[in-house]
Structures are given as C-alpha cells and as structure tokens.
Design a protein around this ligand. Structure first.
Ligand code: ADP
Length: 398
C-alpha cells in the first residue's frame, strides 16, 4: 500500500484537509467553512457540489464528515501513514515539529493563553483525528517554531523584564512554515544551499508578515506576541502607537472594542472603508476611489519600510522573496513597494514583474538591481506533509 499523508489545518471557524501521496503530490483537498455558525458547509476542491454540515457544526463533525466523503469518493483508499497538524502557537516550548503524545497536547494547551482563538481549535482537530486514526503517527507543526531562533535583541520588547519572565510577553512571530518554505525554495532557485542563503521573505495574504532569514535561520520578523503586529493586513492594523489605547479609553472606547476594531475592522478594510480584498481595492482605485488608493499606498509604504528594517539583521542578502495571494499575483503592489527601495538598489523589470516571474525562475528584478527579487508561490501544506512523513518515519519501529 502506498504511503499517504493527511494534513489537517483548523482555523477559528474553518477546517482544511489535504491528502498527499508518498512523493508529496497533493491528491485531494477539502475545506469546511463557517463552523460553529448556522450556515456551516464544506466542499471538496475542484467539485461544485456543496456538502451540507449540521447547523453549528464543530471542527470534530466537519473532520468526520470530510474523512467519510474522501473515503466514499475513493480519494482516501487506505488509512494515511502519517498525519500532520498545523498548530498556531508553540510558545517557547517547541522549536520544531514534534510527534504528538499526551505531554505534547498538554503543552499545546498551556500555550493556549497566547493564541486563544487558535490553539483550542487546533487541539480539537487533533483529538478528533486521533479518535478516527488512533494507530497513525501524528505530528504537530507550529507556526511559531521557525522563529524560535530569533536573538534576544529581536524578540524582546522594551518592557519590564518580569513581564517576559512571568508571562512570556515577547515577540514570537508567525507564518513560520511559509517563511521556511520560501527560504528553501529561494536557495534552490538560486542554486545555493539553504544553510548559506540569506533572504528577506514577505508573506502577503490576508495576514501579512516579513522575516529576515540569515543562512537559513530566522533572525527577525514583523509579527510579535500575536499576529497583529507589523505590516498592514486585510483587516488587521499592524503596528500602532500603544498610546492609542489610553487615548481611546479617554473617548470611552472599551478594551474589547479596541481589540475588535484592530483585528477585524482595520488594515485595508479600515483605510478603504470598502473591502479587505486587495484585488477589489486595485479595481476600485482604477475607478478613481481615493480611499482605496490610499489603502494601497499605506500598505506598500509600510511594507517597504519593513524591508529596510529587516536589513539591520543581515550582513548580505541573496534575495527579497514575495509570496501569498498579494505577493504572488499583484504586479502593481510589488512595483509600488519596490519603487520605495531605489536607494537600497532594488529595481524591478516591468516585463518580468508583469509575468510574475513565470518565465524567469521566479526572478523579477532588472539587470541593474543590486539584489534579486523572487516571486515564489508558498505551500504551507506541503511543508506540514513533509514534516509529518519525516517524523513518522523516524518514529517507526525498526
Ligand atoms: P489567506 O491569507 O487567506 O490564505 P491569500 O494568500 O489567498 O489569503 O491572499 C488573499 C489576498 O490576495 C486577497 O487580498 C486577494 O485580493 C489578494 N489577491 C489575489 N489575487 C490578486 C491579484 N491578482 N491582484 C491583487 N491581489 C490579489
């Protein structure tokens, strides 16, 4: 029977399943959305048909339904040989992916205070999968683990030291699987080894973060204690002045409300007043909608500033790498961002940029650019599948 790997990714109200073969080629995937709400539903990738879920369906129910659909449709002909779970927060406990057991699950639960929207649902996905496949080795792959190499000067906030010691308040960073993938892919495309390749990688999706990777190791990143810090995102503000909280309190805005607005009503959505979707913003801006152009301008300027900031952690740079829905698809955002970085010697080829590097091994810089600029489609599921196989392989008896 051929080896297969199942990847489980539980978000706060969604669940994604992906099945890979022994060569880590994706065989099937499915997505359940609006979990916990009355209109929960699921769909297998590439199929029109909606799979109904019970109103208020939990992650457990969605997982059981989708595994049954995979089996009934012959997409999962045999029990997977390994299972990989995305876990958002590993705190300082997890520096790499680990085989799941009771102690690891307790430790993930201990980290839940740092990611209350994510770690509990990650755990419920893990428990449901363990119940379905008790005999299969299961691995937890953490969003934070890749950034556990950050030096103290990069991960400490300038706050009372006891807050770090007693409460773990520090910068953790997220999107680690994506940044690790981009660094390895950039090394491959440049004909180098990951351990000798230094890049700045920008993951630009609904959530956005940027990381400095020196010789394959994460040394600085824009997200912090939570995924709210750093770049402008779809609905998240990124960096704001912490003095804002006091000011808003004086205006009678409660802490919960500030939290809600910074996470769900800020970023591109807040600035444009229209949408968090970059493609729609570009269309609106083309039709003369000024707030949408302003949202784009703030997004690109902040991103360019952060590229400059990441330079402080590197002694050489092999490439600036861009990914995520925006990084991979928007020539306009890449051009507007790189335009701010002329003084550092970055310059794009308009032609290669317009083709997203499709005909040039991902490279979109002009011949005069001081540094290569690469567009690399990210693949977090593939990283999780590879890690799950590797760890299940090393855990196998004999
Ligand atoms: P998620 O973080 O949810 O996985 P994605 O990585 O899919 O998100 O990125 C979604 C973002 O990518 C959206 O803002 C979307 O508008 C943007 N995007 C996708 N294609 C384009 C495009 N051609 N031009 C501009 N933005 C795009």
């Amino acid at each position: 029977m051929e080896d297969t790997v199942l990847v489980v990714n539980c978000g706060s109200s969604s669940l994604k399943l992906a099945l890979f073969d022994g060569q880590h080629r994706k065989q099937a995937s499915a997505l359940a959305e609006r979990l916990g709400q009355n209109d929960a539903f699921a769909r297998v990738e590439g199929q029109e048909e909606i799979i109904p879920l019970d109103p208020g369906a939990s992650h457990d129910q969605a997982l059981n339904t989708l595994v049954k659909v995979f089996r009934d449709q012959g997409l999962m002909a045999s029990t997977p040989t390994a299972i990989g779970h995305r876990v958002v927060h590993g705190g300082e406990t997890f520096r790499e992916a680990v085989l799941l057991d009771d102690d690891v699950m307790d430790a993930i639960e201990d980290c839940a205070g740092l990611a209350p929207l994510h770690n509990p649902v990650n755990l419920s996905g893990i428990r449901a999968t363990l119940a379905q496949f008790p005999e299969v080795p299961q691995t937890a792959v953490f969003d934070t683990a890749f950034h556990q190499t950050l030096p103290k000067k990069a991960f400490l906030y300038a706050l009372p030291e006891a807050w770090y010691r007693e409460w773990g308040i520090r910068r953790y960073g997220f999107h680690g699987t994506s940044h690790a993938f981009m660094a390895a892919e950039a090394a491959r495309l440049l004909g180098k080894t990951p351990a000798t390749t230094s890049v700045i990688s920008a993951h630009l999706g609904n959530g956005c973060s940027i990381t400095a990777i020196r010789d394959g190791i994460s040394v600085d990143t824009s997200m912090g204690l939570t995924p709210l810090e750093g770049l402008v995102m779809g609905t998240r503000s990124g960096d704001v002045d912490p003095g804002l909280f006091d000011f808003l309190r004086s205006k009678g805005v409660a802490a919960d409300e500030v939290h809600r607005v910074l996470n769900h009503e800020s970023g591109l959505l807040g600035l444009s007043g229209q949408t968090n979707d970059m493609r729609s913003l570009c269309e609106l801006a083309d039709h003369g909608h000024e707030p949408s152009q302003t949202a784009i301008d703030v997004f690109c300027f902040r991103l360019a500033r952060y590229v400059g900031a990441m330079m402080a952690s590197l002694s050489n740079l092999d490439a600036l790498v861009l990914t995520g829905g925006i990084g991979e698809n928007s020539a306009r955002i890449r051009a507007e961002t790189i335009n701010h970085l002329k003084l550092m010697g970055f310059e794009l080829s308009p032609d290669l940029n317009n083709h997203h590097g499709e005909f040039s091994d991902g490279r979109i810089e002009s011949p005069d650019s001081r540094f290569p600029v690469l567009v690399i489609p990210t693949n977090e599921e593939l990283v999780i599948a590879r890690e799950a196989s590797r760890i299940a392989g090393s855990a196998a008896p004999g």
